[in-house]
Write a protein of this length. Structure first.
Ligand SMILES: [Zn+2]
Length: 200
């Protein structure tokens, strides 16, 4: 009996342990459109990263709401928000994750592809799901998941990742990101990654 009791306890602990690790417990997604206002972000041939970021975020907002998640937009218009303001908005929400959307720039215009950054370990898991679904959904070079000490990732308490959805400096990716269809695929792929992280 004693041995059986011990076994049962061990099993219960194992199942509970699995349960808490299996599902990410969040109800709110804080969406952070990079740059804004006087801060254009990457800029090339009159294409400004700040506009692309915001449009992808609006599409992501819609898809996540349709899937039953609450959404907080760090900015929903073309205004400047400091990095510490972004982090403090994010840190107001419990049971949340933080997803920052950017597009990239390189002095080498042949460089292209998508990469996702994180800082903490939960953010790393989230970044992995988001990057995998982006690479599945978008025709682009997989630049991988990378750890970086970006202020918005470091200062947010919730699991956080930052997507670089393509290069403004690359003519092919720049043309693609100017199309609503491409921005919708990017947004839906990020949403899919978020939902896969939630239901893992
Ligand atoms: Zn940026």
């Amino acid at each position: 009996m004693i041995e059986a009791h011990k076994l049962l306890l061990t099993l219960t602990v194992a199942v509970l342990g699995m349960g808490s690790a299996a599902a990410a417990d969040f109800t709110t997604v804080v969406i952070d459109a990079g740059h804004g206002g006087h801060d254009l972000g990457a800029a090339e041939s009159k294409v400004y990263e700040k506009h692309i970021n915001l449009d992808v975020c609006r599409r992501l907002e819609r898809t996540l709401r349709e899937n039953g998640l609450k959404v907080v937009m760090v900015r929903s218009k073309d205004n400047f928000v400091t990095l510490s303001e972004r982090a403090s908005i994010a840190n107001k929400y419990r049971k949340s994750i933080f997803v920052s959307i950017h597009f990239n720039h390189s002095w080498k215009n042949t460089v292209s592809g998508i990469e996702t950054y994180y800082y903490g370990s939960q953010g790393g898991k989230l970044a992995r799901y988001v990057q995998d679904d982006l690479i599945e959904g978008v025709e682009a070079v997989d630049r991988g998941v990378k750890k970086a000490s970006f202020a918005v990732l470091r200062r947010t308490h919730a699991p956080a990742c930052l997507v670089e959805g393509g290069f403004v400096s690359n003519a092919i990716e720049r043309d693609a990101m100017m199309e609503g269809k491409r921005r919708q695929i990017i947004a839906d792929s990020i949403a899919k990654g978020i939902l896969n992280y939630k239901n893992r």
